[in-house]
Design a protein around this ligand. Structure first.
Ligand code: NAP
Length: 250
């Protein structure tokens, strides 16, 4: 049976951890030449070795617009033009509204909003005909979550970018879709300074709030990214694939 991404070049931002890492492993097993990015050189190296199929890791901070050209040049020189771009790097911060600082707000919007915009814009000269772009939004993009206005609105901004990018890039034969995970078991809370207690509390809250009564796994997300990345979703653009155990709709 032929593999779904045989010899396709896939770039996954935020691919050394969590959802991006799980997706990178599935893409490589489906034949893709995978490039993962992140800020941590050491975890990128370890993750690339585990992903296999010749995967490479490149240090690149999505909050710095100047970092994209060297990244995409290195991808082109190593593997050629890009068939699949998974725009996944992101952070979460939460605090009562009165405690939010300008610095926290800028951090969220530089990575989750501006970073996403320029990840796509700067990739344009490097994308193959028929490329698929998948942007990681979140089920909470259409919900109200206390303490989380800056994060939730950054995820809603990503959803809005998907609509505009998909409209604009359709004439170039490039599809753009969102994938909106629910509560997924990843190190995101620990990595962004939450205590174990509050991370556990958050996971317990979401697990009880969804119809399926559990959080999701990175493997369940990876299957969604594979669908959007491959020809299986060839008639889909501008859409939002919500994989959240029923949190948003039920
Ligand atoms: N886990 C969930 O429940 C959940 C739910 C909905 C949506 N999401 C979204 O899913 C995406 C992945 O999250 P995750 O749960 O897998 O979290 P994670 O394990 O913390 O992974 C986040 C990834 O983003 C990278 N990253 C963060 N800031 C970056 C920057 N400035 N430049 C480049 N890379 C950066 C991290 O790499 P470095 O640390 O090396 O920079 C890491 O690879 C995020 O966009 C998140 O908002 C997650």
């Amino acid at each position: 049976m032929s593999r779904k991404l045989e010899n396709k070049v896939a770039v996954i931002t935020g691919g050394n951890s969590g959802i991006g890492f799980g997706t990178a492993k599935l893409f490589a097993s489906e034949g893709a030449k995978v490039v993962i990015t992140g800020r941590n050189a050491e975890t990128l190296k370890t993750a690339a070795a585990e992903i296999g199929n010749g995967a490479i890791g490149i240090v690149s901070n999505v909050a710095e617009v100047k970092s994209f050209e060297p990244l995409y040049e290195e991808v082109k020189n190593t593997f050629g033009k890009i068939d699949v771009l998974v725009v996944n790097a992101g952070i979460i911060l939460m605090a009562p509204l009165e405690d939010w600082t300008e610095e926290m707000f800028d951090q969220i919007s530089d990575i989750n909003y501006k970073g996403v915009f320029f990840t796509v814009q700067k990739a344009l000269p490097y994308l193959n005909d028929g490329a698929s772009i998948v942007i990681t939004s979140s089920t909470v993009a259409e919900k109200g979550i206390a303490g989380s206005g800056a994060y939730v609105s950054s995820k809603a901004a990503e959803r809005a970018l998907v609509r505009s990018f998909a409209t604009e890039l359709a004439s170039k034969n490039i599809r753009v879709n969102a994938l909106s995970p629910g509560s997924i078991d990843t190190p995101i809370f620990e990595k962004n300074g939450f205590s174990k207690e509050s991370a556990d509390g958050m996971n317990t809250f979401f697990a009880s709030a969804v119809a399926l009564k559990r959080g999701g796994t990175v493997e369940e997300m990876a299957k969604g990214y594979l669908f959007l990345a491959s020809d299986d979703s060839s008639y889909m653009t501008g859409a939002d694939l919500v994989i959240d155990g029923g949190f948003r709709n039920l």
